[in-house]
Design a protein around this ligand. Structure first.
Ligand code: LLP
Length: 417
């Protein structure tokens, strides 16, 4: 599943010992495995090969330029949500006709540059947005491809913060409004409204919610056909869950087996937008234990990474496996909280977790940190965001250096009032 494995009790990323990277680049440090990243992309490509989908990796999961380039070089497209992500996509060398753009709040500037660049599709999320894209395309004298993001109102059975396909969520357009838009699509003179997009949520471990959503959409596609409205593509979004703990996550094959027959029937070009499935298990966050603190009620392992580096536990109470970079078989296990240095009680990586005893100065790997790790990192507590290293075989590449203190203040003006 991933290429972080112990050899002689030392954790390796592919053929590189992670402790060596921690010593060379310092901690906290993100370490990614190229082979894990690419193999997950290829697994999905293989599972869906019957429909030859365009797999648009979701940039928000991990937007480092080298990660994007590695995937784009293998033929991936990119799913973006902002002008900043478009900028990254272009810098990484992604052809514009492999870029799809979703977001409920695209600004005029973002729409303008996307039209100029000639992206493959806007995934439009409201009537007002359609009017706006149409207006801007008209100014440029261009016709722009648009898919309608439908909110299929299904329960994806995931954390409420990452549920997006219920009708109470801000995302997408309900079926009836979408039907009206398709029926009147000629009135948007500068848009080719030629497809449907859905994305029902993230870290979804069951296939049933997808099947329910896809079925609703395929019925809708039939209904449109009946009205002589023919589409070209169906973007089924991302959301495939991975194993962080003991989840019984679906494999790419199982997912494809259930969904493919429905997709094939549509005869449409299929787009998939996975983020976590590709990057999640391809990265770890390495932290060093600074202090061991015993209080009357608990034992705390205080590490040098914090919620600013990886916010998932604080934000979603997410579970991430913790592994020592060096296994000492004789070590007793003990129950401890593994926490960061930040002044918030939500700054933790594990709570009351049974882990092998840790001593100050030793390194821990926070597993499954390749997606929504660095990309959600912040400078909270004026901490510099960590360095990122990408390993391929026996080579390690620094793909982002640690931020400097100057970086923290470079956009600030010191005013004498
Ligand atoms: N497409 C759209 C329109 C999306 O909004 C997202 C994720 C994806 C694709 C990719 O979803 P994935 O395959 O990675 O599940 N920060 C949260 C996850 C937020 C996901 C937001 N949208 C986390 O750390 O769990």
């Amino acid at each position: 599943m991933h290429d972080f494995k112990y050899k002689n009790n030392k954790l390796f990323c592919e053929k590189v010992e992670v402790t060596k990277l921690a010593r060379q680049y310092g901690t906290p440090l993100y370490v990614y495995s190229y082979s894990t990243l690419i193999s997950h992309y290829l697994k999905l490509k293989e599972a869906f090969k019957e429909v030859n989908p365009l797999i648009c990796y979701s940039v928000k999961a991990n937007s480092n330029l080298s990660i994007l380039k590695a995937l784009v070089d293998k033929g991936a497209g990119l799913d973006i949500v902002s002008g900043g992500e478009l900028f990254r996509a272009i810098k990484a060398g992604c052809p514009a006709n492999r870029i799809v753009y979703a977001s409920v709040g695209k600004t005029d500037g973002e729409i303008r540059v996307s039209i100029k660049r000639g992206i493959l599709f806007f995934n439009a999320e409201s009537l007002a947005e359609l009017d706006n894209i149409n207006r801007i395309a008209k100014i440029f004298g261009k016709t722009t491809n648009v898919t309608i993001r439908i909110n299929p109102d299904v329960e994806p059975k995931t954390h409420k913060f990452i549920t997006t396909g219920k009708i109470t969520n801000k995302f997408g357009i309900d079926f009836e409004t979408a039907a009206k838009i398709f029926a009147e699509r000629k009135k948007f003179g500068n848009l080719r409204i030629c497809g449907i997009h859905i994305h029902i949520g993230s870290q979804i471990t069951e296939t049933a919610p997808y099947v329910a959503a896809v079925l609703k959409v395929t019925d809708f596609i039939k209904r449109l056909k009946g009205q002589n409205i023919n589409l070209e593509c169906f973007n089924i979004g991302g959301g495939l869950g991975i194993i962080y703990d003991k989840e019984n996550a679906q494999t790419a094959e199982k997912f494809a087996k259930e969904v493919l027959p429905l997709l094939k029937k549509t005869g449409l070009k299929i787009i998939i937008e996975p983020g976590r499935f590709i990057a999640g298990n391809a990265g770890i966050l390495v932290a060093k234990a600074l202090y061991i603190k015993s209080t009357p009620s608990k034992k705390f392992v205080i590490v040098d990474a914090g919620m600013n580096d990886l916010i998932r536990p604080a934000l979603y109470e997410a579970y991430h496996q913790l592994l020592p970079l060096e296994q000492v078989k004789s070590r007793e296990k003990e129950v401890a909280d593994v926490v960061g240095p930040i002044c918030e009680s939500s700054d933790y990586f594990a709570k009351e977790r049974l882990i092998p005893e840790v001593n100050a100065g030793e390194y821990l790997a926070v597993m499954g940190a390749g997606a929504y790790g660095f990309s959600m990192a912040s400078n909270y507590n004026s901490r510099r965001r960590p360095a990122e290293v990408l390993v391929k075989g026996n080579k390690a590449f620094l793909i982002r250096k640690r931020e400097s203190f100057l970086h923290l203040i470079e956009n600030e003006n010191l005013i004498n009032l």
